[in-house]
Design a protein around this ligand. Structure first.
Ligand SMILES: *Cc1c(COP(=O)(O)O)cnc(C)c1O
Length: 396
């Protein structure tokens, strides 16, 4: 007898497909990079990876990861507090702390886990979390796991944030939490104003800088550097899975007692395995590279500026911004998908983003620029968009 639930799961899948919301995965036949190979052998230029610094397949990073694996092994088979902490894990925590300008850092297998572990130990039922409406799913889930009261402010709306600070005045401690860079529009959180409000109402500030660490700010230290508020942000969570080599891993950085308490109580830290040595070695290398030179940071910024201006000149509707995420608006879902499909035929790999990833009627193609894109590749991307725009008669 087939179990009844399988039937229901099949029906759910059918209804996801019927609604046009079934996500399929295009399979790559190569390493991540500017040029990627599809399974049919076609080589296309990738403009939709979070590979902002172009380090996902960098030879120096790979070599460092290989060397670390040779020296320290493949895995630790342990959580940190039993026998899973090596010298290199402490080195990486120190280096991240220095890089982000914080006292201490705790490593996680992902930033999803970091966000899953950060709230519950710090915020008890008499406290409050005040969260931007467009925060990442992992922040939403992390907040769900804690017992603090929940407040949500309209996306980047400082008046609404102030309302929420007033509404939560009787809570013992308040924590304002925001993404540093919002992934769908590529806009930067108004951290200076957030810090001002936090001072005024005696709240803590937490920034998830996953889409910023490594390339936003003059030397790539992220949105606190961009706004000059490094000392005023209490907690930073971020990922190593985007600009910093793109493999995996994440962390929380902040004041040393906060980090010490998280080592005692953060559940994804206590009950999940240590990050493997190869990744630790690779990320250490990336941080060395970034500490020695900001060349890649400047490169991704200038390429993104060129792309953004080129697209505006071509007559596209671009979400205003100052990051390597450039969202090209098409509004109608089928149009965004059609344009992305046609661009792939022209050798440009991008994806149409539709509901529920973005609001209904706000379909777009999110282009992500990398420091490793050549100027020629950037220009070819603009030219391909322009060609499709003309074919489909959608330019302003
Ligand atoms: C990508 C992302 C995460 C998840 O990071 P992982 O290390 O891949 O788990 C968390 N928060 C934000 C804002 C992100 O963009």
């Amino acid at each position: 007898m087939p179990k009844k639930i399988y039937e229901e799961i099949r029906e759910q899948l059918v209804s996801i497909k019927d609604a046009g919301m079934f996500k399929t995965e295009r399979v790559l036949n190569s390493a991540q990079g500017n040029e990627i190979t599809l399974t049919d052998g076609r080589i296309v230029t990738n403009f939709c990876a979070n590979n902002y610094l172009g380090l996902s397949n960098n030879p120096e990073v790979i070599k460092a990861a290989q060397k670390t694996m040779d020296d320290w092994g493949f895995g630790l088979s342990s959580v940190r507090f039993i026998c899973g902490t090596q010298d290199i894990h402490k080195q990486l925590e120190d280096k991240v702390s220095q890089f982000l300008g914080k006292e201490d850092t705790i490593l996680f297998s992902s930033c999803f886990d970091a966000n899953g572990g950060v709230f519950e130990p710090l915020l008890h039922p008499e406290s409050a979390v005040i969260s931007d409406a467009l925060n990442h799913a992992s922040i939403i889930d992390g907040v769900r796991l804690c017992k603090a009261k929940r407040f949500r402010f309209k996306h980047s709306d400082m008046e609404d944030l102030e309302e929420m600070l007033k509404a939560s005045h009787d809570c013992k401690y308040r924590l304002i939490v925001t993404d540093g860079v919002f992934s769908m529009d590529g806009d930067i959180a108004k951290l200076r104003e957030i810090c001002d409000l936090a001072d005024k109402y005696d709240a803590l500030v937490m920034v998830d800088d996953s889409h910023a660490t490594g390339y936003v700010g003059k030397t790539g230290r992220g949105t606190p550097e961009y706004w000059g508020v490094t000392d005023r942000v209490d907690i930073i969570t971020t990922t190593f899975g985007k600009a910093l080599g793109g493999a995996a891993g994440g962390c929380i950085s902040g004041q040393k007692d906060v980090i010490s308490l998280l080592r005692q109580h953060a559940r994804p830290y206590l009950f999940s395995n240590t990050i493997p040595p190869a990744i630790v070695g690779g990320v250490l290398k990336v941080l060395d590279m970034l500490t020695n030179s900001s060349k890649l940071v400047r490169k991704v910024k200038s390429s993104a500026d060129i792309f953004r201006q080129g697209m505006i000149d071509a007559g596209f509707d671009i979400v205003e911004g100052n990051t390597a995420i450039v969202s090209v608006m098409f509004y109608e879902e089928p149009l965004a998908i059609k344009v992305a499909d046609r661009l792939l035929e022209l050798g440009i790999y991008v994806i149409g983003f539709c509901f529920p990833v973005v609001p209904r009627g706000k379909a777009r193609i999110r282009v992500q620029i990398s420091a490793s894109h050549t100027e020629k590749e950037v220009q070819e991307c603009i030219a391909a968009f322009e060609k499709v725009g003309k074919e489909m008669n959608i330019l302003k």
